[in-house]
Design a protein around this ligand. Structure first.
Ligand SMILES: NC(=O)c1ccc[n+]([C@@H]2O[C@H](COP(=O)([O-])OP(=O)(O)OC[C@H]3O[C@@H](n4cnc5c(N)ncnc54)[C@H](OP(=O)(O)O)[C@@H]3O)[C@@H](O)[C@H]2O)c1
Length: 235
């Protein structure tokens, strides 16, 4: 297992849910973290010398240069990108507007690509270059009332596959983490019918990310799919 202490990560969607748990664990591991979100009050309360909080809206095309420049200025490099920010609005496809569809695509797939593009010169200098894209069970399935979200997560998985192929000879590891049913505010919006007590926890997703980051041996994991334990396997 590789030592990740001192490695430098950008985490998007860091203000709450899986992203916030990621930031806390990365700091506990001795990593340096640039945490970005629109709402940063919880992040500011963490108060660590190894944490830089950069408020940003990922639909804003100027955000990516701002985030990466802040990271390089503060920490002098970049090893890891966690593309975790996600947007999900429950609606039938026939009632989904162009604006809502575009918003899903902008946050869930355009933003990861633009952040990686901006970061690429720095990732190429890293000996531990890793991108983890937080995809979803709906990257491979279709759930009614989650049409725009599903389309965007399919697109994110497709993007992840091509990025992995285009960069593996440059020793950049690209992983898709595809959860289903994690206890956060997002799932309260999309699946209010689910019992919160049965969902996976944000920390369980972070533990998988830590495994991906520490496991730098010859066996490489391209995708990890995770289900809540009450969901039937392979459904
Ligand atoms: N929970 C689940 O069951 C589940 C299942 C599969 C996949 N996922 C994926 O896991 C990731 C994390 O989701 P979560 O469950 O932790 O949800 P969450 O608690 O709603 O967190 C989503 C994060 O995305 C950020 N975000 C949304 N729109 C943004 C924008 N325009 N600009 C910048 N940041 C934005 C939000 O921050 P601000 O509002 O502060 O900007 C928030 O921190 C997402 O990609 C989601 O699709 C979740």
């Amino acid at each position: 297992m590789s030592d990740i202490k001192g490695k430098i990560a950008i985490v998007t969607g860091a203000g709450r849910g899986i992203g916030f748990a990621t930031v806390k664990s990365f700091l506990d591991e001795g990593m340096k973290v640039v945490a970005t979100s629109r709402n940063i009050s919880k992040l500011n309360a963490l108060n660590s010398d190894n944490l830089l909080v950069v408020p940003a809206d990922l639909t804003d095309l100027t955000s990516f240069e701002k985030i990466v420049t802040a990271c390089i200025c503060q920490f002098g490099g970049l090893d890891v990108i966690i593309n975790n920010a996600g947007y999900a609005k429950k609606a039938l496809l026939t009632q989904t507007s162009a604006e809502e569809f575009d918003l899903h695509m902008a946050v869930n797939v355009r933003a990861p690509m633009l952040l990686v593009n901006e970061a690429m010169p720095h990732l190429l200098k890293s000996t531990h270059a890793t991108v983890i894209n937080v995809c979803s069970v709906v990257s491979v399935k279709g759930y009614e009332t989650q049409g725009a979200y599903t389309a965007s997560k399919h697109a994110l998985l497709g993007y992840t596959k091509v990025l992995a192929r285009e960069t593996f000879k440059q020793n950049i590891r690209v992983h898709a983490l595809s959860p289903g049913g994690v206890g956060t505010e997002l799932i309260q919006e999309t699946r209010p019918d689910l019992d919160f007590a049965n969902l996976s926890t944000p920390q369980e997703m972070v533990d998988i990310m830590l495994f991906l980051l520490k496991n730098r041996n010859n066996a490489v994991i391209d995708q990890i799919s995770v289900r809540r334990y009450t969901k039937e396997p392979w459904a």
